[in-house]
Design a binder for this molecule. Structure first.
Ligand SMILES: [Zn+2]
Length: 302
């Protein structure tokens, strides 16, 4: 009797839970947008946390377990993850998510990419952005493009659920259009304002909101600050009357703080990613957080 029951249940239609796509993303930003599109039809798990430097993530055995079970792997691309993800993909031995396979989605292919090096690429240009700037998710227009690419991929993998994913994407786009008006209004008074950033994490964000990045705390992307370069930054900021230094949560605060002190300004910790602090769990909350902090800081030094 027991065997019969098991046999009978075994042939029943699979539940929604059993048929959910397992998606692993390299970063929490990708996970946040994927949840918007996939809704309750997908399981989403990200590897790097938003408070970590996405260029340098310590590989853990748990990452491998996630990748072994994944139907789809989403990456930022442009070599952002080159220091930690490729060996994990290989070791997972999961044919579905190998580079070029159907379950491998590189979102940089769908986005507007800035700072693409012209001509010959040399080490002197910096260590970590040889293919163009990989921090492109910090422009809502690219968020819209990423959502569309994810919608297309999910629909291709689950054609029967395409209408659901299309509806989710339309809803996301609607809310993003609304939110953008709010962000633009808050940032509008500060168009043309100048800032210094620690790493080159913000070109898309700054272009979108009309900010001018005049210098970087890092002498080159991925290279830690040096005393001589720091002095140059201070002089540059004084000359151009720039008061704000934006830095990411995973960098040492000493250099940005000492620069801020020297110029009578402020070092402001902005979040480059969802998950940078606990309260920021969605793509919308990320921009709300950064735009609120930044507009308040500009207002102080007006
Ligand atoms: Zn970078």
């Amino acid at each position: 009797m027991t065997a019969l029951l098991v046999g009978w249940f075994g042939t029943a239609a699979p539940s929604r839970a059993a048929s959910k796509l397992n998606i692993v993303t390299a970063t929490q930003d990708l996970a946040a947008i994927t949840r918007e599109i996939g809704g309750d039809h997908v399981n989403v798990d990200s590897i790097a946390k938003g408070y970590q430097d996405p260029h340098f993530v310590e590989p853990k055995p748990s990452f491998l377990l996630k990748l072994m079970k994944a139907d789809l792997l989403e990456v930022v691309g442009l070599e952002l993850e080159i220091g930690w993800l490729p060996p994990l993909i290989t070791q997972s031995r999961n044919a579905k998510i190998q580079v070029g396979a159907n379950g491998y989605l590189d979102l940089s292919r769908s986005c507007q990419i800035l700072e693409i090096p012209q001509g010959q690429i040399t080490r002197a240009m910096g260590d970590v952005h040889p293919l163009g700037n990989p921090h492109y998710w910090l422009d809502p227009e690219n968020g819209r493009r990423m959502a569309k690419a994810i919608e297309q991929k999910l629909s291709e993998m689950r054609p029967g659920e395409a209408a659901y994913f299309a509806q989710q994407d339309a809803d996301f786009e609607n809310r993003l259009n609304q939110a953008e008006k709010r962000w633009e209004a808050k940032m509008a008074p500060y168009r043309g304002h100048k800032v210094v950033t620690y790493h080159r994490s913000w070109p898309n964000f700054c272009e979108r909101f009309g900010l001018d990045v005049i210098d970087y705390v890092e002498p080159r992307p991925g290279i830690p600050p040096s005393p001589s370069h720091t002095l140059e930054v201070i002089n540059n900021m004084k000359k151009q009357n720039v008061k704000l230094i934006l830095y990411e949560p995973y960098f040492d605060t000493r250099t940005p703080n000492s620069i801020a002190q020297a110029v009578g300004g402020e070092a402001l910790q902005l979040l480059p990613s969802v998950g940078g602090v606990k309260e920021v769990t969605t793509y919308f909350e990320l921009f709300d957080y950064d735009v609120n902090l930044l507009s308040a800081a500009f207002a102080k030094y007006k």
